[in-house]
Design a binder for this molecule. Structure first.
Ligand SMILES: Cc1cc2nc3c(=O)[nH]c(=O)nc-3n(C[C@H](O)[C@H](O)[C@H](O)COP(=O)(O)OP(=O)(O)OC[C@H]3O[C@@H](n4cnc5c(N)ncnc54)[C@H](O)[C@@H]3O)c2cc1C
Length: 458
């Protein structure tokens, strides 16, 4: 039977159920000091920090806090930047130490938050590995290790055995800081903390318009209005739905994750995955794999889909993408090829052409924190809290300066190469390389396994 025959497709996430206590919508006109739009990682972290400064905060969330990618991601808390690090180094060589300090501090910030708020999210501080499936990918991880070390990052290069990653991988580079978690539980914990704070939270309150005026910003939902001195736009991929958002700030992409059925502990132990580090391959479009606390493997990406237009639709994954992910899993973990895929989900993320997140403001009243290029679990949370620091103190924290731009009127959306045809081509090149590498490996195995003199056999 196909491993995807009984897969459940969900329009939310496989990690947790939606909250049972969703807050009522805004049905009045309010004033506040700061309005935070979007109750994801960025929005919750910003609101919480602003409340800690004693500011009067209103948070508006379209569905319920944690409805977006925050609860849907793979739960790999990364400490390196997202995207193509070699390209990042080419564009921002001088700034790399500051960027690395930001991304490593971001992972540390989330670890501290989990501790401080006592959030049970199955966090394991085991790092994440840039795992190579071919010699070419291994060489690439060595180049990346050099770049990151030069920038002061905490990374280590090693073989699969040294890194304690599954036998099917050749080795790679571990980001020592960070780890893996259940992100749905993290969001549930952050939501609880914000609900318990002084922040006035309105869920089921989709923001439909934002207008700047002489005496502040007016934010309109379907049934109410908020007048705020300042506003923080923290809706990530969805921000392009508003007229106020500069065009071409980032491009929304759909990413899919799936989870296997529970796997017998002895079968998992036989993989050689002793470090439990999360894995990210070095394809054009990465594959991610990670163990969970419920003895399953969550994996995904491999194909990403660009949105055709706003508004971004509520959707479930494409069955063809899920079948392709299952095929990739069988290839990387041949001993688990019979394991069924229990569930599949996905979410919208924001991608920029520079691979840097967007943190900026329009004047002194509209702030942005968006588009962490698939690395927002650490970065969106940290950047959100740094923006709160800037609003509350008037000074830009040093880590925020690494990515801050004065006016977000620049073209950061990804170019056409990341359009549907370009993404399809990138996926096809990855599969072609997989095929070539598979043949080379089989040839090497056949040669090694052949008894002496057998090359002359008929
Ligand atoms: C499948 C998948 C796997 C991923 N894996 C990883 C990973 O392993 N590690 C990692 O670091 N990152 C990963 N990411 C990326 C990470 O999840 C995002 O970068 C992060 O969630 C961004 O946080 P955010 O708060 O900016 O946005 P979100 O978490 O998406 O939150 C945005 C919120 O805004 C709300 N909203 C939208 N429109 C409106 C509106 N008009 N009015 C009010 N509210 C609105 C939404 O409902 C949502 O709650 C992954 C993402 C996906 C989808």
């Amino acid at each position: 039977m196909s491993p995807t025959a009984n897969t459940t497709y969900t329009a939310f996430t496989g990690w947790v159920d939606p909250p049972a206590d969703i807050r009522p919508p805004l049905r009045e006109n309010l004033t506040c000091s700061v309005a935070v739009l979007g109750g994801g990682l960025a929005g919750l972290a910003t609101a919480l920090r602003l409340a800690e400064y004693g500011l009067d905060v209103v948070l508006l969330e379209a569905e319920f806090c944690g409805h977006g990618s925050g609860s849907r991601n793979a739960g790999q808390l990364a400490s390196a930047p997202g995207g193509d690090i070699q390209l990042l180094n080419l564009l921002y060589r001088k700034r790399m130490p500051a960027i690395l300090r930001l991304t490593e501090n971001a992972a540390g910030h989330v670890e501290d938050l989990i501790d401080r708020l006592g959030i049970d999210c199955d966090y394991e501080a085991v790092g994440n590995v840039f795992a190579a499936v071919s010699r070419g990918q291994l060489r690439r991880t060595r180049r990346i290790t050099k770049i990151l070390r030069r920038a002061g990052a905490h990374v280590e290069q090693g073989s699969a055995r040294e890194l304690g990653i599954p036998h099917g991988f050749l080795g790679g580079m571990r980001e020592i800081r960070g780890g893996i978690m259940n992100p749905g539980k993290l969001l549930r914990g952050l939501r609880r903390a914000v609900l318990a704070s002084t922040v006035r939270v309105f869920e089921q309150s989709r923001v439909v318009d934002i207008v700047r005026g002489a005496d502040g910003v007016t934010i309109e939902t379907r049934e109410g209005l908020v007048r705020a001195q300042r506003v923080v736009l923290a809706t990530n991929a969805y921000a392009g739905e508003w007229d106020i958002t500069p065009k071409r700030l980032s491009s929304p992409m759909w990413v899919t994750e799936v989870e296997t059925e529970p796997i017998a502990p002895e079968r998992l132990a036989a993989l050689g995955w002793s470090s439990r580090s999360g894995l990210i391959t070095q394809h054009n479009i990465m594959e991610n794999y990670r163990l969970t606390a419920r003895n399953t493997i969550v994996f995904g990406v491999r194909r990403i889909e660009r949105a055709s237009d706003y508004p971004l639709p509520e959707r479930t994954p494409d069955p063809a993408v899920v079948a392709d992910l299952a095929a990739g899993f069988a290839r990387r973990f041949p001993t688990l090829a019979d394991v069924a895929i229990d569930r599949a989900w996905g979410g919208w993320i924001g991608i920029t052409s520079t691979w840097l997140p967007v943190a900026s403001s329009l004047g002194a009243d509209v702030y942005y924190s968006l588009a962490c290029n698939g690395h927002g679990l650490a970065q969106a949370t940290y950047i959100g809290s740094l923006i709160a620091d800037r609003i509350a103190t008037g000074a830009t924290p040093e880590d925020l300066r690494a990515i801050w731009v004065d006016e977000p009127g620049f073209g950061r959306a990804v170019p056409a190469i990341m359009g549907r045809t370009g993404l399809r081509a990138a996926w096809a090149v990855d599969r072609f390389n997989d095929m070539i590498n598979g043949s080379k490996r089989n040839a090497r195995k056949g040669f090694a396994a052949a008894p002496r003199g057998s090359m002359t056999r008929a």
